[in-house]
Ligand binder design. Structure first.
Ligand SMILES: NC(=O)N[C@@H](CC(=O)O)C(=O)O
Ligand SMILES: [Zn+2]
Ligand SMILES: [Zn+2]
Length: 438
């Protein structure tokens, strides 16, 4: 007798199964009846593996007025995510063993969903100590760090035979400084798109590709935002993976006219001729929200003083399911880019697929429910979005983390998220997408 049976789970276009859950794990997948003490009937919904957002900023510790691990993880559960990977640019940064362990404790105390952590990089001497905690990656901001320092990180990871990916924010510092010069006295928010032009990203992507090729070490490029960056990355698929954000997928630099500095983000929204469109998704590995909450009052400062970043955890799945309803992308693409690929790239061995032995993480969606996005419903502290009022078709109705319902019908319940150590191996295996039927 298992703890739970999820019944009538439509897990693929034409495949409906029952799923047995015991002790937080998927223990049986079958068409027949499963004996369990509790049953949940999911007839009429579509059941995805528990989705993973590999790019969030929960601002904890140090910037809790913007977000903290509790409100951020509740936003994740509300948005349909069972696992998140948090970024290291907190105060202080998560760039040494002590801070890394401290953030694990913060997450274990506050998070309602499971979480992994990207480590920051300040000094080669901290790398070995951080590796003990099995980080998802080492994150580097190329607009803040010089090439030789980043080269040192690759050398140290190789010396320690640690195939932990280097995750990169690609904007070249020199190009940004040069571009800013002639724009500094201007105040129209749309100049921000010119201050950090596509060339800044493309030059930085090229530098990172050279480092990855030279060291034969995996690299993951965050928030890739131009077609030319995508063309650069394409020949390097065996070592390099990349991510696109919902805002770079759905908006262009024209959004500045409507939303001003609320849509100021790094890298900036791009002009129509250089941006990424949903039709390019099959060339990209991961959709990451880059959930980057700030106080609404600081977001309303001038173009040079407002902090960059857009919160997306509670809108991204509605946006993507609406694209599915319009035939512009498939549910399979959501499963690949928000579950299978993040789990593979970041070594989350127990997550990302519906098969026996995996964690019982599920994201259940209603493909037909319609509505319009309202930041009043957000659990995040950031009650604003450029997608306010967006009419969606399709929404998450349940989020389950290791067999525990943490969101049902839009209401977030109590949860007890766990730290998920990353288990990287040097051979990035292909992402299996079929449901293993026993
Ligand atoms: N994307 C942003 O504009 N801001 C992010 C940092 C980052 O991801 O670069 C943030 O932490 O606010
Ligand atoms: Zn970034
Ligand atoms: Zn980010």
């Amino acid at each position: 007798m298992f703890d739970l049976s999820l019944e009538n789970c439509r897990v693929d276009r034409d495949l409906t199964v029952n799923i047995g859950v015991d002790d937080g794990k998927i223990v049986q997948i079958s068409r027949g009846r499963i004996d369990a003490s509790e049953r949940i009937d999911l007839k009429g919904y579509f059941v995805l593996p528990g989705l993973i957002d590999s790019h969030v900023h929960f601002r904890d510790p140090g910037l809790e007025y913007k977000e903290d691990f509790r409100t951020g993880s509740m936003a994740a559960a509300h948005g349909g995510f069972a696992t998140v990977l948090d970024m290291p640019n907190t105060v202080p940064p998560t760039d040494n063993a002590a801070e890394f362990q401290r953030k694990i404790r913060i997450g274990e105390r506050k998070s309602v969903v499971d979480f992994g952590l990207h480590a920051g990089f300040r000094s080669v001497s901290d790398v070995k100590g951080i590796l003990r905690f099995m980080p998802a990656s080492f994150k580097v901001f190329m607009d803040l760090t010089g090439i030789s320092a980043v080269d040192g990180l690759f050398r140290e990871l190789k010396a320690l035979s640690a195939p932990v990916p280097v995750t990169v924010h690609c904007e070249n510092r020199d190009v940004v400084m040069e571009s800013m010069k002639e724009l500094k006295d201007m105040s129209d928010p749309s100049v921000y798109a010119l201050a950090r032009p596509p060339l800044a990203e493309e030059v930085s992507v090229a530098e990172v590709l050279a480092l990855s090729l030279h060291h034969e070490h995996p690299v993951h490029i965050c928030h890739l935002s131009t077609v030319k960056s995508l063309q650069l990355v394409e020949p390097f698929r065996d070592y390099v993976t990349c991510e696109v954000t919902p805002h770079h997928l759905m908006l262009d630099s024209g959004a500045f006219r409507r939303f001003g500095t609320v849509v100021k983000t790094n890298p900036p929204l791009r002009p129509p001729e250089s941006r990424i469109y949903p039709e390019f998704l099959d060339r990209i590995n991961v959709i990451g929200t880059d959930h980057a909450p700030h106080g609404i009052e600081e977001k309303r400062k001038g173009v040079w003083d407002a902090p960059p970043g857009i919160p997306n955890l509670e809108v991204v799945l509605k946006l993507l399911l609406t694209l599915v309803s319009k035939g512009r992308m498939s549910l399979y693409t959501i499963r690949r880019m928000l579950a299978e690929e993040p789990a593979r790239i970041f070594g989350l061995r127990s997550k990302g697929r519906i098969s026996e032995g995996m964690d019982a993480d599920f994201t259940v969606v209603d493909l037909k429910e319609t509505g319009s996005i309202s930041s009043d419903d957000f659990y995040s502290k950031a009650h604003y979005t450029p997608f306010e009022g967006f009419s969606y078709t399709g929404t998450p109705v349940m989020t389950m983390v290791r067999g525990r319902v943490v969101m049902r019908d839009g209401e977030v319940l109590e949860g007890n998220g766990r730290y998920i150590p990353a288990e990287h191996d040097s051979k990035p295996e292909t992402s299996g997408s079929e449901v293993d039927l026993s």
